[in-house]
Every structure is written in structure tokens, then in C-alpha cells.
Design a protein around this ligand. Structure first.
Ligand code: PMP
Length: 400
């Protein structure tokens, strides 16, 4: 009876890691998935994470079930990290926060909530966006469409296109925005542009829906990277925010994140929270505790919190260094005079190279450099030592 099951295609991002594992070439390089590596290209567990884990052992914490909404200390810490501990919205009790299975699981809860309470409402997503967004809303049976975002001519933001498409969408749509370090382009709106985006969203009665997967990784400052969300919240708007600790605390496999719904009153927040719990219960019952305790320990302890900031700056700094070195290598080696400065303007973990599918295939087939077919490379998986090699591969793929 399972005879009729067809083969699913490989995942465009995680499938790249599988192909990388199978390659035996010593020069191979995995720039597909956005996962931080050291200069030696090894995964990194942050020192603050190890310290938080030893604290947990010392305290002899148990493995009892968490409540459906997750660990209370985590939910408090995560909302404070997002909005700022002294934000009046928190004192007013207007935020419904529940722990989710990292960014993806939190987005999926939001998808289920939208499907249930806003039947027919559309989610607008940027073109391009992180590949999994479309899967998440498809599986949630939430209709979506794209708004213009990336302009290949300027290798920058198509701001007018973005505004026009948000304006043209049916009233009351959800507008999915990347809080910072847009994936895959590495191009964010300026503070003035964020204000205009908020104006249009308000005008159209849309609901802003932030995906915050890189807080602290874009600018190196947790507060600055949350400024887009805080700007919308400060206008008194109702806002959805999904958070992830995969990148900024390196907790990829712990699946720790949250969905926050900023509501118009504490009463509404209480009701929204009750419904999110109702959605979570039959899906996975309650979330895992380990990552939640790590986050609560790090964010809730001033010493660990400061140590975390130093380690995060070091990670962001290493990525900035390889970004600079890649730009330098390309500029020196490329004799055509092409301007590569867009690489320096992009922020976060990724660079959107402009390589098309065929050129990206050449990167992998000839040079053993694994990357997604949209031309995105993860600089978090690049070392200074490999920049020259990567530059050779990019130039060969562009001009061959
Ligand atoms: N949103 C975006 C834009 C991302 O890039 C990612 C991670 N690649 C996520 C959400 C969620 O990742 P996770 O489920 O590991 O938190």
C-alpha cells in the first residue's frame, strides 16, 4: 500500500549538506547552510552555553514536562531580549509569548494560527526569501504571494517595488519581514525605509509579521538588530514575531525559539496565548526544556549575558573579516573592472553573489563548493584561508 508513495525532492538547503558529505575532494567547502564555523571550519559551541549547561547540572534540574507554553523563565527572557526589558508593552502585559521549536516551529505555529483565525488572509513574503517560508505557509494552508525586494540591477533593495506591492495587497494581509540580516540577500531597509514600510502597513490595515533569526548577528548589537520590530511595536501596532536562537547562541540542534504576538490589550494577549497553546498541544504537546534553560540562564544572568555579547561580536567579526577578504581577492583577481562592493554592503551570514543556477552548478561540479542554487553563499562557513580559492571559483563560474 505504500507502493504509491513517490520520491520527494531533496531540500534545497539541507540537501546541499547531504551532497557535501558525499564529496571526497579535499578542497570541498560547504557554503550552503547558514551555520557558523570557526576559522578551522569546525562547528562551535559557545563558552557561555557550556557554562549555562554546567549550571544546570550543578542545580540538578529535572526532566519533567514543561507546560504547553514552555519554560516561564525563557518566555520572559526572550520577550525582553526582543523588545527591551523596560518596554512598557511588557509591563502592560500585551505580549503573548510561547516557546516554539526554534524559528521554523514558531513560524509554523503562527501559520496554523493565521489559518484558523484569519481564513483566506494572505501572507506576503519577500522575493526572494528563505526557502522554507513557502513550505511553512503551504503546509499551513495559508495563501501567500511575493512582494518585490531584491533589485538585480542595483544589487540592492527594490524599495519602490516593495512599497507598491504591499500597497496593492488586499487589506488585512500579513506582511512577513526579516527583522535584520535578510536571508538570502543580506540587504536590509534603512531606518527611514522601515518607517515608510510601517506607514503603508498601517494604512492598509495589514499585520506585520517579523521573522527574527539573526538578532545580534547583523550589527553585532542585540538592541540595534531588534530596532525594526521595536519601531513597529512603539507605534501601537499588533505584531507577530518569530524568534530563533539557532544562530546567535549556536543552538541549532536544540530547537529553541518563540512566537510572540503583540496585542492591543492584555485581555487579547491572554486569549491569543490560550489559542496558541491549543494549536501546540496536538502537534507536539509541549516543547523541549534543555535549550530553553540555556537561553534563560544566559539572558537572565548579567555576567553570562555580557560574555555572550563578546562571543557574538567575535562571531560577527570573523564573518566581516572573511567578507572583506573575499571582496579584496575578487577585486584584485577580476581584470574586467566589475564592481564587487555589493559584497561589503550586504550584512549577516550570507552573501548573495548574483551567480545563476548554471554558474552555481559550476561552483559545485568543478570547484567542489556547495551552495544553494539561488547564488547565496554562507560566509559563516568560509575561512580566511579559503577566500582566494573561493574567489577563483566565483570568477571562473561568472566568466567561463
Ligand atoms: N528564518 C530565517 C530567515 C532563517 O534564515 C532561519 C534559519 N536558517 C530560520 C528562520 C529558522 O531556523 P531555525 O528553525 O533553525 O531556528
Amino acid at each position: 500500500r505504500f507502493e504509491g508513495v513517490t520520491m520527494a525532492p531533496a531540500d534545497p538547503i539541507l540537501g546541499v549538506s547531504e551532497a557535501f558529505k558525499a564529496d571526497t575532494d579535499p578542497m570541498k567547502l560547504n557554503l550552503g547552510v547558514g551555520a557558523y564555523r570557526t576559522e578551522e571550519l569546525q562547528p562551535k559551541v559557545l563558552d557561555v552555553v557550556k557554562k549555562a549547561e554546567s549550571l544546570m547540572l550543578e542545580r540538578g534540574e529535572n526532566k519533567e514536562y514543561l507546560p504547553i507554553e514552555g519554560l516561564a523563565a525563557f518566555n520572559k527572557a526572550t520577550a525582553e531580549l526582543l523588545l527591551g526589558a523596560d518596554n512598557p508593552i511588557l509591563q502592560q502585559g500585551r505580549v503573548a509569548t510561547i516557546q516554539g521549536l526554534s524559528g521554523t516551529g514558531s513560524l509554523r505555529l503562527a501559520g496554523a494560527f493565521i489559518e484558523r483565525y484569519f481564513p483566506g488572509a494572505k501572507v506576503l513574503i519577500s522575493s526572494p526569501t528563505w526557502g522554507n517560508h513557502k513550505n511553512i505557509f503551504n503546509d499551513s494552508r495559508v495563501p501567500w504571494s511575493e512582494y518585490r525586494y531584491y533589485d538585480p540591477k542595483t544589487v540592492g533593495l527594490d524599495f519602490d517595488g516593495m512599497i507598491a506591492d504591499i500597497k496593492a495587497a488586499p487589506e488585512g494581509s500579513f506582511v512577513l519581514l526579516h527583522g535584520c540580516a535578510h536571508n538570502p540577500t543580506g540587504i536590509d531597509p534603512t531606518p527611514e525605509q522601515w518607517e515608510k514600510i510601517a506607514d503603508v502597513i498601517e494604512e492598509k490595515n495589514h499585520i506585520p509579521f517579523f521573522d527574527v533569526a539573526y538578532q545580534g548577528f547583523a550589527s553585532g548589537s542585540l538592541d540595534q538588530d531588534a530596532s525594526s520590530v521595536r519601531l513597529f511595536a512603539a507605534r501601537g501596532m499588533e505584531v507577530f514575531v518569530a524568534q530563533s536562537y539557532s544562530k546567535n547562541l549556536g543552538l541549532y540542534a536544540e530547537r529553541i525559539g518563540a512566537i510572540n504576538v503583540i496585542c492591543s490589550s492584555p485581555d487579547v494577549a491572554t486569549r491569543v496565548k490560550s489559542q496558541l497553546k491549543r494549536i501546540a498541544r496536538p502537534m507536539y504537546s509541549n516543547p523541549p526544556v534543555h535549550g530553553a534553560r540555556i537561553v534563560a540562564n544566559v539572558v537572565g544572568d548579567p555576567t553570562l549575558f555580557n560574555e555572550w555579547k563578546v562571543e557574538m561580536e567575535a562571531m560577527a567579526g570573523r564573518i566581516k573579516n572573511v567578507r572583506q577578504k573575499l571582496y579584496d581577492s575578487l577585486s584584485v583577481k577580476d581584470k574586467t573592472g566589475k564592481d564587487w562592493s555589493f559584497i561589503l554592503k550586504q550584512i549577516g551570514m550570507f552573501s548573495f553573489t548574483g551567480l545563476n543556477k548554471e554558474q552555481s552548478d559550476n561552483m559545485t561540479d568543478k570547484w567542489h563548493i556547495f551552495m544553494t542554487k539561488d547564488g547565496r553563499i554562507s560566509l559563516a562557513g568560509l575561512s580566511l584561508a579559503k577566500c582566494e580559492y573561493l574567489a577563483d571559483a566565483i570568477l571562473d563560474s561568472f566568466y567561463h
